[in-house]
Ligand binder design. Structure first.
Ligand SMILES: CC(C)(COP(=O)(O)OP(=O)(O)OC[C@H]1O[C@@H](n2cnc3c(N)ncnc32)[C@H](O)[C@@H]1OP(=O)(O)O)[C@@H](O)C(=O)NCCC(=O)NCCS
Length: 384
């Protein structure tokens, strides 16, 4: 994939409106209904429309210059399985993802009952007589990205190898996360690794010298089949495959930190999570892609269980390339750990930092398209 072609330039953003939506629209809630809700610019300046399966399901306008106000003219729920809450959240996501400098905006809704449901979910908040959307609250709603709101799995203690930790939920299957990436104009997805359909590329990636140098897991098909099968069986681990527009590009292994090898090395909480990565496809390496999958993977873990307050990692201590990526993505360097096989750096990302510092929106300063235009969705910040 040619990155320069994929990046969205400001010139390609629809009109000169305050909305700055991609010309082809912003595709939200891709997991929920099979087809996403498309938020695109309307005929009039600053107006927007939301469509599902080609039919218009909502319209309104956004005034971003002075009062930063999102107004819905109408929301129709009769032609779509999407609820009116889903539609408001889709437009809010599109506004915030394409305009990440917005710290908040006001929303005007005709219906009191809709406002009450959004207030109860925390998607909006009331300030005096105004309704406000804030990115740190909106991006903690799980349905737009995970496809559902999920209750916390019961907290039942179990022992694994003498370690006391919460019993883990059954593994999900299929697609677990989906997010539209404005600067790539692409849908990023994560799905649980499938022994049949993912084995071939997983096998190829693990034998890539770039990956093998760190993972040391090169081998034959049989070895890699057993590798994935063991991760699927172990309640501690969740093996995921990342895709851009459906094309697999990398392997991600999530784990629960408490009963992992890292757990005894710090005061692990029962819901801390950690992760390993192997990007296998050359065409999906580099800043435009890392800044898409890395924050999104963290987003997935924070949304999958609201009790997950920290995400850890343990890169080998001299892996400067990945340590720099982790630093740019909000991970703090905690200490060195001496494992039998490697000296690692313990790194940690706080839930509060991730959402309050809006780390889902990366700083893409310096990333531009072939016309030297800034890309869509960048939040410049001094010192990540
Ligand atoms: C390490 C690995 C994940 C890095 O991915 P990559 O696609 O090769 O990306 P690179 O490290 O070359 O580049 C990442 C770029 O994104 C930038 N970046 C990273 N996170 C970012 C963020 N949150 N926001 C903005 N930019 C970010 C980096 O600064 C860097 O940009 P720069 O080169 O302009 O400084 C990948 O090479 C890989 O899988 N390697 C083999 C296995 C491995 O090492 N795994 C890690 C074990 S801990």
């Amino acid at each position: 994939m040619d990155v320069s072609l994929a990046l969205k330039s400001a010139a390609m953003v629809a009109g000169l409106s305050d909305l700055r939506l991609p010309v082809s629209g912003f595709a939200s809630h891709a997991l929920v209904f099979g087809r996403p809700l498309i938020v695109s610019s309307g005929q009039a300046a600053d107006s927007f429309r939301v469509s599902y399966h080609g039919a218009e399901v909502a319209s309104g306008y956004f005034s971003g210059s002075t009062n930063k106000l999102l107004v819905f003219d109408g929301i129709s729920i009769s032609v779509s399985p999407a609820s009116d809450e889903d539609i408001v959240n889709a437009v809010s996501e599109a506004v915030l993802a394409c305009n990440p400098q917005l710290a908040s905006f006001e929303v005007e809704l005709a219906e009191d009952d809709l406002a009450r449901r959004l207030l109860e979910a925390g998607a909006i908040e009331r300030r005096e007589d105004r309704l406000i959307v804030r990115p740190e609250s909106l991006f903690q709603q799980s349905k737009p990205w995970l496809g559902s709101t999920r209750p916390a799995y019961p907290e039942v203690p179990v022992l694994t190898n003498g370690i006391h930790h919460p019993q883990r939920p059954p593994k999900p299957v299929g697609r677990v996360y989906s997010r539209f990436i404005p600067w790539l104009n692409t849908q990023l997805g994560f799905h649980v690794a499938d022994l049949d359909s993912d084995l071939e590329h997983f096998h190829r990636w693990m034998n890539d010298p770039h990956v093998a140098a760190i993972w040391e897991d090169s081998g034959d098909l049989c070895y890699h089949r057993d590798f994935i099968a063991s991760r699927l069986t172990d309640p501690r681990t969740l093996p995921l495959i990342g895709t851009f527009d459906g094309v697999p590009f990398g392997y991600f292994e999530l784990y629960w930190a408490k009963e992992d090898r890292i757990g005894p090395h710090y005061e692990a909480d029962g819901f801390d999570r950690g992760w390993h990565v192997a990007i296998g496809e050359d065409g999906f390496r580099g800043k435009a892609f890392v800044s898409a999958w890395l924050p999104s993977l963290m987003h997935y873990m924070f949304l999958a269980d609201a009790r997950t307050r920290r995400i850890v990692g343990e890169p080998i201590h001299h892996h400067a390339q990945q340590i720099r990526n982790l630093d740019r993505s909000g991970f703090a360097k905690v200490k060195h750990i001496q494992f039998p096989h490697k000296k690692a750096l313990l790194v940690m990302l706080l839930r509060e930092r991730f959402f309050m510092d809006r780390l889902l929106s990366p700083d893409l300063t310096g990333l531009s398209d072939e016309n030297d235009q800034p890309v869509l969705g960048s939040l410049p910040r001094s010192g990540a």
